[in-house]
Ligand binder design. Structure first.
Ligand SMILES: Nc1ncnc2c1ncn2[C@@H]1O[C@H](COP(=O)(O)OP(=O)(O)O)[C@@H](O)[C@H]1O
Ligand SMILES: O=P(O)(O)OC[C@H](O)CO
Length: 494
């Protein structure tokens, strides 16, 4: 019987299910957007039940529409938006609060207190992370502080915490699987990335009961059985989406890197079996790896990447579809002196300013909508360039080209501008669903569906963008960007 792997890719804006065959071809794919909830300035939430419903919906869609039966599915791989925090009742499965999304800034004050109490170095050395509202730890604390009786119930083992992988596995298995993987755990700011254990001291400081945390396992691992329409399918691969994309791009060795242009932008480089600590605001994190072979990555995280294009579409109504941005950016012919810094939820790497806010600067009477659209796309490339420079400086490893993926990598203008601004070729792969592919690889390696050697072969590039900008022009544009960032920093009142 021909067998397949199903990947579930639960992203910030949509849930996707992708079926891969043994030759890594996409056999069928379905995607569903779901609601973004913005209850206050800088706050972002999702409904956990809608996350699950949209994810389960596309899973059923791909099976029904492809005609592939559950028996033909070798295994399931799960990959997910990271850090997003869900707390639910063990008995009923009912969430006690909406999912607090990674972008949400509501815990900035908790982070400031933590920093003022002198925990920065300890947290950095133990978890590889900087203190920021981005990570799950302070989000859990916020829920325990604000939902009546939650901390006591958590202590009694009545409430469970999970990142989205944990929530999906728990739901898909009817409450039988309660686990997370190392990559997701490494984004909580509660996990010791050296010992691969939850850190008692940080749990104490944040007053988070250990009872509510899932066991953490390798990314390629038999987690248990999902129950789909009366059939059981093993879940054997789990990883945070950025680590899954790194794996899906075939970056298995030290020094290999990729940049993903989704809601945010995430540049990760595999640093092998040793964690690499940054002097330039990058994060140290666990890479997706096989059992007993933990690998690490250095990561630059940008909070607003492709989502700036969604903002142009949904809030500003300057474009009807995300892909229209390419046409207008080219039509503008140049930036007209306009820069946009999309610090909608603060700035991530390398600035880590929770209080930065968005700005558009350089506007003159001649500025038109096309300039603003172009400035938005260019901002994605400038932010990614800063990540690349920092990672090269931290690791001492030169990147001769940049592998890319994610929704906004479909934009030809953006990819060409990216190549121009980094002065290196940009390679976009044939299979654009590298996040889903990475989760499929992890699942398939565990079951023996694939062997690692088969997956090491270079994936084909669909497009290579060669840099063609003069160095003086690049420098001029980058000077403008740096000045614009200065104007966006430290804006929101504390
Ligand atoms: N042609 C395009 N040009 C620019 N941005 C795009 C284009 N197509 C999609 N996007 C952006 O890509 C993002 C979606 O990418 P995706 O990888 O699905 O993200 P996520 O996994 O975060 O939900 C959206 O923010 C969208 O605005
Ligand atoms: O949903 P994405 O693909 O933008 O990824 C979100 C990241 O995992 C957040 O850390």
């Amino acid at each position: 019987m021909k067998k397949y792997i199903v990947s579930l890719d639960q992203g910030t804006t949509s849930s996707r299910a992708v079926i891969f065959d043994q030759d890594r071809n996409i056999v069928y794919m379905a995607q569903r957007e779901y609601k973004q909830i913005y209850p206050h300035e800088g706050w972002v939430e999702h409904d956990p039940l809608e996350i699950y419903a949209s994810q389960y919906g596309v899973l059923v869609d791909v099976l029904l529409m492809s005609g592939i039966t559950a028996e033909e599915v070798d295994s399931i791989g799960i990959t997910n938006q990271r850090e997003t925090t869900i707390v639910w009742e063990k008995d009923t499965g009912k969430p006690v609060y909406n999912a607090i999304v990674w972008q949400c800034r509501r815990t900035a004050a908790i982070c400031e207190q933590l920093e003022a109490s002198g925990y920065s170095d300890y947290i950095r050395e133990t978890t590889g992370l900087l203190i920021d509202a981005y990570f799950s730890g302070t989000k859990i604390k916020w829920i325990l502080d604000h939902v009546e009786g939650a901390r006591e119930r958590a202590k009694r083992g009545e409430l469970l915490f999970g990142t989205v992988d944990t929530w999906l596995m728990w739901k898909l298995s009817g409450g039988k699987i309660y686990a997370t993987d190392y990559t997701n755990a490494s984004r909580t700011m509660l996990f010791n990335i050296h010992s691969l254990k939850w850190d008692e001291k940080i749990l104490d400081v944040l007053d988070i009961p250990k009872e509510m945390l899932p066991p953490a396992k390798p990314s390629s691992y038999f987690y248990g059985m999902a129950q789909i329409g009366g059939c059981e399918i093993p879940i054997t691969g789990v990883a945070g989406d950025q680590q899954a994309a790194l794996f899906g791009q075939g970056c298995f060795e030290k020094g290999e890197a990729k940049n993903t242009y989704g809601t945010g932008c995430f540049l990760l480089m595999n640093t092998g079996e040793t964690p690499c600590f940054s002097n330039h605001g990058m994060l140290t994190t666990i890479a997706a790896s096989m059992e007993g072979q933990t690998q690490y990555a250095i990561e630059g995280s940008v909070f607003t990447g492709g989502s700036v294009v969604q903002w142009l579409r949904d809030e500003m109504r300057l474009i009807g579809d995300s892909s229209d941005s390419e046409y207008y950016a080219k039509k503008a012919g140049g930036n007209g002196g306009v820069y946009m810094v999309p610090a909608f939820t603060g700035l991530g790497a390398p600035y880590w300013d929770m209080f930065a806010r968005g700005t558009i600067i350089g506007i003159t009477r001649g500025t038109n909508a096309s300039h603003i659209i172009r400035a938005a796309l260019e901002s994605i490339a400038y932010q990614s360039k800063e990540l690349l420079d920092a990672i090269v400086a931290d690791t001492g490893i030169e990147l001769h080209q940049l592998k890319v993926d994610g929704g906004a990598s479909a934009n030809g203008f953006l990819m060409q501008f990216q190549a121009d601004i980094i002065g290196r070729p940009v390679l976009r792969p044939m299979v654009r669903e590298t996040t889903a592919l990475g989760a499929a690889f992890l699942a398939g390696l565990q079951t023996g569906f694939w062997k690692k050697e088969e997956l090491c072969a270079e994936g084909q590039a669909d497009c290579v963008y060669e840099p063609s900008m003069l160095p003086e022009e690049r420098e001029r544009l980058l000077r403008g960007w740096k000045k614009a960032v200065e104007r966006a920093l430290d804006w929101e009142e504390k």
